[in-house]
Ligand binder design. Sequence first.
Ligand SMILES: *Cc1c(COP(=O)(O)O)cnc(C)c1O
Length: 220
Amino acid sequence: MSTIAGNIARIRSGLPAGVTLLAVSKFHPVEALREAYDAGQRVFGENRVQELLAKQPLLPPDIEWHFIGSLQTNKVKHIAPFIHTIQSIDSLTLLKEVDRQAARCNRALRILLEIHIAAETSKHGFSPDECRTLLRHGRADACPHVCIGGLMGMATFTDNMEQVRQEFCSLRTLFDELKPIAGDAFDTLSMGMSGDYPVAIEEGSTFIRVGTAIFGERII
Ligand SMILES: *Cc1c(COP(=O)(O)O)cnc(C)c1O
């Protein structure tokens, strides 16, 4: 078994039912993604449009691609035809552009709303209040080609696991609060990466985004 296959098997064996593993393949070559695919992995995440566009045609069509990076509005059109979910929607402008491009492709595009839960201001996302406003006032309904599948968040990059746990807990609480008003498709709480996914799962994550623990360190 390759290291990648072994890593995937080890991570999977520890996951409770109902938690999806996203393989974050950014900066890794197509051969590495192919190894993961051959090990049964079908859900992959990338964070740069150019890199995703280069890799996607070289890999099997049954891969479910998730976009997890900061996304410029003028690049949405490139990924709209094939992307499964855009996890990093952090503004109403971006949401509207996704709706426009999804309409042009004659499809409904699944998105997650990114919520800012970390202490670092460099991280992106709606504040919990902005997110409440967006869903309560039905502004998302004005985007009929967008399907809001849930929330995504990144915890602070720190060794303090109590802080990380509290941030995940606050995201989970927001998710539970919004679920009744957000519609049937709202079923995904994307939180947890290589360094913190066990804590994220304890706090209710349904979707973990793991790069380094599958593919090794990124060479940037
Ligand atoms: C890179 C990245 C990950 C994966 O990070 P690892 O620490 O390598 O597991 C998860 N989520 C987002 C949004 C990322 O950009």
